[in-house]
Design a protein around this ligand. Sequence first.
Ligand code: ADP
Ligand code: ZN
Length: 635
Amino acid sequence: MKFSWRMLLLWAVPLLLIGALLLPSFMNTQQTPGPTTNTVANSTKQYSEFVADIQAGRVEEVSIAENGRVAYAKIREPNLADRATNFRINLIPLDWENLNKLLYDRKVNVQVQANNNNGQIFTLLSNILLPLLLLGGLFLLLRRSNGGGPGQAMNFGKSKARFQMDAKTGIKFDDVAGIDEAKEELQEVVQFLKKPERFTAVGAKIPKGVLLVGPPGTGKTLLAKAIAGEAGVPFFSISGSEFVEMFVGVGASRVRDLFKKAKENAPCIIFIDEIDAVGRQRGAGIGGGNDEREQTLNQLLVEMDGFEGNSGIIIIAATNRPDVLDAALLRPGRFDRQITVDRPDRAGRLEVLKVHARGKKLDPSIDLEQIARRTPGFSGADLANLLNEAAILAARRRLDYITLKEIDDAVDRVVAGLERSPLLDGKKKRLIAYHEVGHALVGTLTQDHDDVQKVTIIPRGRAGGLTWFTPSEDQLLISRNELTARITGALGGRAAEEVVFGGDEITTGASGDFQQVTSMARAMVTRFGMSNLGPVSLESEGGEVFLGGAMMRSQGYSEEVAFHIDEQVRQIVNQCYADAINLLTEHRDLMDTIVDRLIEEETIDGEDLRKMVAEATKLPNKIKLALPLATKTPA
Ligand code: ADP
Ligand code: ZN
């Protein structure tokens, strides 16, 4: 059984939110007119940091420029006391779809900068002028390179040194927490750098490249810096996206420059972030390969082969898509060591929290353990951000210490977005209350469902109301009953709407629930072997990263099987929905009581809810749902 961070992400984090009643996006678009983000930036950021910032809700607005190749973003920078700062980020066009979705999900205000705004005359002029200029430039370049010796024409790649050098990173292994296995494996690399003789004396070949594999924000950059810090060697870093330039050959020349500089400063660490931006399989994608990327990749391979392992340069690269990397990169003598850097488990999260609590004044009664328990699926960066948000809240509330309240608020904020002001009383508020209580009540009544932590009708992010669940543990194994209970609970919102207001009055608010329900039910059928189709794996986890790959890969099963998959998914969902309707119809009075109280108090604690349910039902209050496995064998 292989369970990875993706599993956690799939099941744990959305679970917290399973009850979110989404308001339709047209109701609360936060677009403000007119460009506010300047296209001036004080500093640059790497793409992965940018993505982490968006996920952490630090990005205030984004302005896309240069045909989607560059973004200027206003980001609240934790290192700068959360001051909003303008950054320039080189985007990865191939990842555009993901970014777009993320920006949309996080409701970041996005503007697209027109490349020119001087009207059509300018366009026309530039249409004529540009080719002329290009031709002229080419002519000049050719003449210069003829006269001034070979290679001169390509020097424009060199003038823009895009890599950063850090003579002393100042980061130690102590600063990295919760990813002990990765840390242990990398301890050895420090020894390679410090005492290469010890290894070469016995004929050992020192590895040249280490590939760190893991989702953004798990501390890959931090680890690489820690190695440099521990070994006391300089740290060179560049992002894969910065290799990929408009002009063919620029990327390759940057690679050459980088390695030249590194050799002059050996021993040292070269860190290549997002190596997948250059290292994707050659010849993949629509419309053939990208010449520039291939040249850059080839140059990288040449450089890696061109030095001996004991020359004291160790290359560390980071990616979260090792599957798309060109096989040549992973051959022995290149990135032949792969180290997985996963999101931390509960114990790991506790360690990370301890590291980041160091410089902060926490109320001594705060139990970090409890926070670790509340944050399954959080990466190291999420946790760092969480404590920082809490510190800001404490400062805003003029407290001397950060208390549990600030931390709780910060968790809510990181997971579900900013709190908005409550709705005025009215039909809509009632409907939201019924929807949320539907989730909470089904969740409380059914066995195998995670406990309700609280239910609230204070809107937050895109959600009009939320039901929070406490996931029991870091869940590595989830039973069929638990999945069924979750699906039923997630359908509880819509079920309540239908039971109370009737089929004509149901709303769009359940769309988010349905997405989760469908992906859970589909996974039950296609990945976990929990349906009539039997114990087979029909799909693998995770989506395709780039369009070309998705289009080229065939489904791996026939139309007929696809039909049965759909049928099974629908069967599971319908059965669960019927269960939810029955449960809520049966407990209609109880539901009304809870809704009245929720409308009055706006938030009900899980404990109180359980008490209300226990008093009303007077039974050992859990009901076991049964999803019959052999409902109907596909014909
Ligand atoms: P990645 O390179 O994997 O995207 P980073 O190393 O850039 O992630 O992490 C961003 C920040 O998050 C770090 O600077 C650090 O403050 C925090 N962080 C992430 N992982 C850890 C960890 N394992 N231990 C401590 N801090 C972490
Ligand atoms: Zn819902």
